[in-house]
Design a protein around this ligand. Structure first.
Ligand SMILES: Nc1ncnc2c1ncn2[C@@H]1O[C@H](COP(=O)(O)OP(=O)(O)O)[C@@H](O)[C@H]1O
Ligand SMILES: [Mg+2]
Length: 294
């Protein structure tokens, strides 16, 4: 997998936002205007966030930009305990923030003002939604990691007090190495034997989620990594629980997209059969929980 080197850009980033902020101040036209001007520049948000992560001691520097996905940019970084994957949520206007109603149904938002802001889709509301997705991704990563599932280890937390400070970024263990980041199963080239093993692990992974009462919400080879003959599940902001009235539909869709996306590897089953297999395995034993030291 190719990584775009951006060290030069980041060196520059040390000074650029300061300059930008000064010129913005000159044009200050009251608080609302300043908010409009400073908010929403994706590059500045990325620069500021990366500097904050360094200040907080979570990373020592960025090694490469890995990939820009549909709503986040993934960076390879170096941290005090090894290589880090920084998933930086980029745009407030991104697709799934807009179409997230199906996932959020059944969620209770206790703060009425927050509920109104989210509903109105104002900038403040969208920021709250985005912060909600970031902390949801951390919370899910911690829950699944503790339960022993094959997911990347979250590197900030488990206290929300700690991980809320990294918004809009999620920090987790890099799967693979800095030189050879683990490919997604959608990109990996597998032998027939590897493909069969990957399929079994992927079905088991969906069953492990179901046993804990979750549907992934976007389960396919695009969100499964392949490293040392092991499948690792990623991308959890939209994980849903049984409280969600759309739970069964989302689970069925997960099983279907898993089956469809595996066709390229010449393995898999019919989609409905896959769903039944997932339900059957979910009634069996799960993985050993991991002990997380404080
Ligand atoms: N822990 C990780 N280790 C290595 N690569 C990762 C890791 N997490 C994500 N990636 C890479 O970053 C990409 C984007 O991450 P993902 O969570 O799927 O975000 P999205 O699809 O919403 O942009 C993935 O497709 C994968 O290639
Ligand atoms: Mg993804």
């Amino acid at each position: 997998m190719s990584a775009r080197w951006i060290e030069a850009e980041l060196e520059d980033a040390d000074t650029a936002p300061e300059r930008r902020r000064r010129s913005i101040k000159k044009k200050l036209l009251g608080r609302r205007r300043l908010d409009d001007l400073t908010a929403g520049h994706p590059e500045q948000i990325a620069d500021d966030t990366i500097r904050r992560l360094i200040d907080l001691g979570h990373i020592t520097g960025i090694v490469a930009e890995l990939k820009s996905g549909k709503e986040a940019t993934a960076y390879v970084a170096r941290g005090p305990r090894g290589s880090v994957l920084v998933k930086l949520y980029r745009e407030l206007e991104a697709r799934s923030f807009k179409n997230d109603a199906a996932y959020r149904e059944g969620q209770v938002i206790l703060d009425e003002r927050a509920a109104r802001a989210m509903k109105s889709r104002s900038r403040k509301g969208l920021e709250m939604l985005q912060a909600g997705w970031v902390s949801a991704e951390y919370a899910h990563l911690w829950a699944l990691w503790r339960a022993g599932l094959s997911v990347p280890e979250p590197l900030v937390g488990p206290s929300p007090f700690d991980y809320d400070a990294t918004t809009p970024a999620v920090l987790m263990r890099l799967i693979g190495t800095e030189d050879q980041v683990a490919p997604r199963l959608s990109d990996a080239r597998l032998t027939p034997e590897e493909a069969r093993s990957a399929w079994q692990q992927a079905v088991q992974g969906l069953a492990d989620l179901l046993r804990l009462g979750y549907a992934h919400g976007d389960y396919s080879t695009y969100n499964l990594l392949w490293w040392e003959n092991t499948v690792i599940i990623i991308d959890f902001p939209q994980l849903t629980t049984r409280q969600n009235p759309n739970f069964q539909a989302l689970l069925r869709r997960d099983a279907h997209s898993l089956a469809t996306s595996f066709r390229k590897h010449d393995v898999g089953q019919d989609a409905e059969q896959t769903l039944r297999e997932v339900q059957r395995l979910a009634r069996g034993w799960g993985p050993e929980p991991r002990i997380v030291l404080p």
